[in-house]
Design a protein around this ligand. Sequence first.
Ligand SMILES: C[S@@+](CC[C@H](N)C(=O)[O-])C[C@H]1O[C@@H](n2cnc3c(N)ncnc32)[C@H](O)[C@@H]1O
Length: 238
Amino acid sequence: MSTTTTFELVEQFISDKFCKEDRALKSVADSLSDAGISNISVSPTLGKLLYLLASLTQAKRVLEIGTLGGYSTIWLARGVANGGSVLSLEFSPQHAELAQANLRRARLDKIAKVQVGDAREILEGMARKGAGPFDLVFIDADKESYPRYLQLSLKLTHSGSIIVADNVVRKGAVLSKESDDPRVVAVRKFLDTLSGTKSLQTTVLQTVGAKGHDGVSISVVTGPASRRNGKPPRRRSR
Ligand SMILES: C[S@@+](CC[C@H](N)C(=O)[O-])C[C@H]1O[C@@H](n2cnc3c(N)ncnc32)[C@H](O)[C@@H]1O
């Protein structure tokens, strides 16, 4: 039995035991396949982690960057505290429409809203207006923009907020300093900023299974907004 198969079998075993999908969650995959859109939603185990993080922090306001068919949005919306809400940003009108239908099917359309547009522009506008703060931010859109999403997320959160980002290991490509893949370059910069920002405490969990080898970063914001600019610290000159 190959190692990959073992990873997949164990992931399935964990999903069956702890992350059971109901009809609403299962139908997201069907809706994507019917529309000819590749299913790059998070796995059930990561979906459940998002649910747990929202529940543990009793999140009232959740921001998601990258909706696709609304699979992770459903997990997040189910985890928010009573009266809580999820705002999910999606560039593609087709994806947004599909997600809205899936949220309606899950009876979560009052809790979770999808806003169509370029997340960078939407977030910049929100930061200018002093929107937020959000208790939990989930970053899962274009990897090239992760460093900017982090800067903007730091402006839209408070001490105690959680920032989660998917796909930060990229089959180990994250190790490659010389990579010319703009996604790898951006993810490395994103991780450098996470590690260099004093007001963030972070870990990265490697993920393996049906979606291959990747990873998710989980950070807690520990400091006041004034100390946070989302840039790596300047090196001291000697
Ligand atoms: C990995 S998928 C999101 C999966 C979703 N979080 C889930 O697990 O169900 C990434 C999504 O981000 C969207 N996206 C890409 N660039 C974007 C941008 N600049 N602004 C907003 N959404 C973007 C894509 O259209 C795609 O639907």
